[in-house]
Ligand binder design. Structure first.
Ligand SMILES: [Zn+2]
Length: 405
């Protein structure tokens, strides 16, 4: 179970820091308001509520227009998409609403744009990082001191706000589980859930859980059939019918994808994973030649849902280079075209045999391990969560008993 608190922390800022923070918040608002304008007026008259779509359209432009880091630009766009989404919900319920506008002096920080310490925070700004000390009540039992100073809670993300001449950090904090090792190793140690996407199995996790694509493929075929027969009529009425069938089908696909996303997050939480790793979706059609554009749509949508929902649980969704993940042996690393025959994987070198998608899911997790190993950030340990135990980068298998010890 999750146990959270929001700590409102007053910040002590030097004069130089004050100017940098003000300009940062100004530019953050510019990103959010630009994105709100674009999403509200939308594409072909539809409001845009997809973060990925808004980012594709606006990210480069806003990077040019501002001095913000990539992360803050992204957060500004996302903040607007969230607001537009709620606006659209209100419209659906028949309530009166208009394009969201951001006037409060506030910006969103996560662990990539801020480093949270127990007595100060380092924030990314238009002039690089600035450090601000916390102004906390002396009594250690009084919030926010209770949450900020003790080791029981860890920082997840924060809203920086300027109000009546003062800066505040609205930090969301999560209780560190008591049965874990020390909080320090908890925050550094990463355990990842690798996920392989495909046309027979929509998703396969490195823990060995499969999400079949049967239902999805069935709907898809039915839709194509109906579309085919409607198209033969050729009238405008038929065209409208195709569109309405399409909308209905997509609605069903989306509900199914939400379910898969929720179950993937459940799997990550149950097995104590800090990260869910997918293959990079940019060139997914080249990596999965059998995928139709509906599959590609489903993969992207699934990733978006997972990314969005995972964040609420303090789990991060990431993408890695998918090169060779289907041909590489997850046990010995031998990579060869002949290792894989459709759904079965058999290593030509060490003889390891398993379901091809499961082998790929493990490789996707391992790919993230290797990337982290080369990142040179002090070698924080990473493990891939398997159905039993974990696998580390040197190929050492740790059975579940010693993980729990
Ligand atoms: Zn092998």
């Amino acid at each position: 179970m999750e146990y959270r608190r929001t700590a409102v922390i007053k910040l002590d800022t030097s004069e130089g820091a004050d100017d940098s923070l003000r300009e940062t918040v100004e530019q953050f608002k510019h990103c959010a308001n630009t994105a709100s304008e674009w999403c509200w007026h939308g594409d072909d008259g539809y409001h845009v509520t997809s973060k990925a779509k808004a980012e594709r359209a606006l990210y480069d432009r806003l990077r040019d227009e501002t001095d913000l880091t990539a992360n803050l630009v992204q957060k500004g766009i996302r903040r607007a998409v969230e607001a537009v989404k709620s606006g659209v919900e209100r419209l659906k319920r028949g309530e009166n609403t208009s394009q969201p506008h951001f006037s409060a002096d506030s910006a969103v920080y996560d662990k990539r744009s801020a480093t949270f310490h127990r007595d100060h925070v380092s924030l990314s700004t238009i002039d690089g990082r600035v450090e601000c000390n916390y102004i906390l009540p002396d009594d250690s039992e009084t919030p926010p001191t209770k949450y900020v100073s003790g080791e029981d809670f860890e920082f997840r993300m924060a809203h920086l706000q300027y109000r009546d001449g003062n800066w505040y950090l609205h930090a969301s904090m999560r209780k560190v589980k008591v049965d874990e090792e020390s909080p320090e190793s908890e925050s550094k140690h990463r355990t990842v859930l690798g996920v392989d996407l495909g046309v027979n199995n929509l998703a396969v996790a490195s823990t060995g859980r499969f999400w079949s694509a049967d239902e999805f493929n069935h709907w898809h075929r039915e839709y194509e059939k109906r579309r085919g027969s409607l198209q033969q009529c050729g009238s405008r009425h038929a065209h409208e019918n195709i569109e309405s069938v399409g909308r209905k089908e997509y609605g069903r696909f989306e509900i199914y994808l939400h379910t898969v996303a929720n179950e993937l997050i459940e799997e990550a939480l149950e097995t104590d994973c800090s990260h869910i790793v997918f293959e990079d979706l940019t060139h997914i059609r080249e990596n999965i030649p059998e995928a139709t554009w509906q599959h590609v749509w489903a993969f992207r949508r699934l990733y978006e849902y997972v990314e969005y929902k995972a964040e609420e649980h303090g789990v991060e969704a990431v993408q890695v280079d998918p090169r060779n993940t289907s041909k590489r042996c997850s046990t010995c690393g031998f990579t060869h075209d002949d290792n894989r025959h459709q759904e079965s994987f058999e290593c030509q070198k060490c003889g390891y045999e398993n379901h091809a998608d499961y082998n790929a899911a493990k490789n996707i997790g391992l790919q993230y391990l290797r990337r982290r190993q080369n990142a040179g950030d002090g070698g924080a340990p990473v493990d891939v969560r398997l159905n039993r135990g974990t696998l580390n980068v040197s190929g050492e298998y740790i059975p579940p008993a010693s993980v729990e010890a």
